[in-house]
Design a protein around this ligand. Sequence first.
Ligand SMILES: *Cc1c(COP(=O)(O)O)cnc(C)c1O
Length: 356
Amino acid sequence: MSVYWNERVRRLSPYVPGEQPRDRKFIKLNTNENPYPPSPKVIEAIGRAAGDGLRLYPDPACTELREAAARRYGVRPEQVFAGNGSDEVLAFAFGAFFEGAAAGPVLFPDITYSFYPVYAALWNISFRTIPLTEDFSVNVEDYRTPAGGVVLPNPNAPTGRALSAQEITSMLEYHAPYHKVVIIDEAYAAFGAESMVPRTNKYPNLLTVHTLSKSASLAGLRAGLAIGNEELIGGLCRIRDSFNSYTVDRLAQAGAAAALSDAAYYDEINRRIIASRERVSAGLAELGFTVIPSAANFIFVRSPRMGGADLFVRLRERGILVRHFNKPRIGDFLRISIGSGKEMDALLEACGEILK
Ligand SMILES: *Cc1c(COP(=O)(O)O)cnc(C)c1O
């Protein structure tokens, strides 16, 4: 606490991101980054953008990037918003579409992306968490109840479990007559979940959020998207332009547009990650682990023989960094990102030795 902080800053409890070590070389399986490099076309596009043009402000409307996204997803550019990573897009969406207690609480799971309660607190939004079932599934019926809105990652994080588009549709239909927005955070959808984007025209209360950080190997570039009806996109623009009109720089706009235009490259590397996920899931199950079936680029696992905190430390000693959440219900689990084949071999070997 500081005497200089105002009431708002005192009240905040900020998100704590996964460790980005700078001192020693780890096998880094803790923040769901993609082990493969970005498409060579992305690097070329950033190179072309890294010139004299940097004197000038970037296009505040991110026109080329939004056009590339529109082509990729089969929507109109007016249905696309681009931001500085999807965390920014989500923060803007909370500010644009959700409200205090009078509008009813926003619903999201008790075990989910831990940034959601942080955004809610930042904007004074009331929320209610809904427990996942015993096996970490989302029960759709729980979300068909009066509320200020819904936010849900699909697949969910950190569990990796996915809902079908049909199940999400039933939430959209429930909330549509009340004009309540349902945000589907598809950070990991490219690794195995059905995207809601094709339903954009049908459900005006649907906002689908994408990031280039995971499936496009661009966590370092900071680019995220929202896809939804034009009125929702307009709301996001009003928040952005009351804050900073240039959140996506020239290099990020160029790189992200090139990534969205190279589906063939990314389909191939993400297919490899999916295959590796299945191999590692089977390997850990063989070692006695409980492995939640994952549709993402990470797995959520528990060893019956060692607690999550201990296993985290033992892996770290061996130079392998994973994510442990010291929270109710999931303290014995570890979230392990799917790295390269070699990295995953090292993980399996380390787990085998630690649990011997
Ligand atoms: C990683 C992640 C994000 C944030 O992605 P950025 O675009 O890097 O900000 C959003 N939602 C979920 C569920 C994530 O795991």
